[in-house]
Design a binder for this molecule. Sequence first.
Ligand code: NAD
Length: 315
Amino acid sequence: MKTVLVTGAAGFIGAWTARALVERGDRVIGLDNFNSYYDPRLKRDRVKALIPGVPIRTVDMANGAALRRALRRDRVDKICHLGAQAGVRYSITHPLVYEKSNALGTLNMLEWARERGVGTFVFASSSSVYGDNKKVPFSVDDRVDHPVSLYAATKRANELTAHVYHHLYGIHCTGLRFFTVYGPWGRPDMAYYSFTKAVLEGKPIDVFNHGRMKRDFTYISDIVSGVLAALDRNDSWGIYNLGNNQPVTLDRFIRAIEAATGIKARRRLRPHQPGDVVATWADIESSTRRLDYRPTVDIETGVRRFVDWYLDYCS
Ligand SMILES: NC(=O)c1ccc[n+]([C@@H]2O[C@H](COP(=O)([O-])OP(=O)(O)OC[C@H]3O[C@@H](n4cnc5c(N)ncnc54)[C@H](O)[C@@H]3O)[C@@H](O)[C@H]2O)c1
């Protein structure tokens, strides 16, 4: 039995990943600081519902001394580093939070791995590292040196820092570039959540860039299967796209919400937002070949599952 330390375990992807690890018989230790970027009650409820009984170390990864103290008794075989300050738009107004949680937090986790002889470090990167890449689909061989938000810059920095720890200390590091992940227990700051809430409350939704956006929405269970495969494969160094390879227009996505809720959305067309990219689309050829990663959930099915959960949780 392996012990996996999951950072961001109270978060959307972290809680589902931790649950899948427990279900297949791994031992899991969670770590999270339960910050209030969005309602921490949702984080506590996720932990209760998805990973009851899993020990959670409550600590800020940006504080190296506190991190060491919190983990002093823990022996772990692998780290699944999903904790971070997420969100592109918030990084426009709060750049320092991203440097702390993402750049310094990740460095502290890698230092801890080095000090404690942890050999495997699988971490969350993001499709945002591709910036405004015009070539689609986005391949892991594309250049990623033109980020357009500080969130993206810190995610790319994480990849570079991890490479250093792989090179200098032989830690097996794999970066996973997630593409717009959605599903039950998801994040209130993301459009699928806020649009669903607004539609159900009869409020208008802001459709940015006049709806001319495409996102490669990826359902949570598909992402989790990719994360587990990366932990098992244990590449000495690897970068993978975890997307759906099926970009969806904002309009189709809103229609999926309308179908699932049975309510017509009131669309309010808005201009392009700084830091947003127009389209994302993952090339998943190498993820399929090496991780046997095969996403299966389409947007209509995934949104319906999300809306069912939302109605149950928020009623
Ligand atoms: N959801 C997506 O669409 C998406 C897309 C690309 C990348 N990612 C990345 O995937 C990972 C998980 O994202 P998520 O959607 O589950 O977000 P989330 O915000 O739900 O989860 C992140 C968790 O990390 C915790 N955290 C943040 N800063 C911390 C710190 N300094 N110390 C300890 N804990 C801290 C938060 O409290 C939160 O519970 C993140 O690294 C994110 O950047 C997510």
